[in-house]
Write a protein that binds this ligand. Structure first.
Ligand SMILES: [Zn+2]
Length: 91
């Protein structure tokens, strides 16, 4: 689905913040509409299926940043957990 098709299906507002998006060409501004690829197992039942929505470039970018940050924090937590596990006496 193109931006145009998604706009006619879901409307002109951002999937994440609900505010109107900028559809002027060329795109590339923070408020420009971008295609967000949602992957959600509860959404249609197929684990690998992708669902497209429109979102601001800024919202799309922020979401990716936060997800990467969360992934790094989780990785760090695992490292700390493993370090703690090594310190425990063996059974
Ligand atoms: Zn937005």
């Amino acid at each position: 689905m193109s931006v145009k098709a998604l706009r006619s299906t879901f409307g002109p507002n951002c999937h994440w913040c609900g505010l109107p998006m900028d559809f002027d060409e060329p795109a590339g501004r923070p408020e420009s509409a971008t295609i967000e690829h949602l992957v959600d197992s509860t959404f249609g039942g197929v684990r690998s299926s992708k669902h497209r929505r429109l979102a601001h470039a800024a919202c799309n970018h922020a979401r990716n940043q936060f997800r990467q940050q969360a992934e790094r924090q989780f990785t760090q937590w695992i490292v700390e957990r493993q370090a703690l596990g090594k310190a425990l006496p063996e059974n």
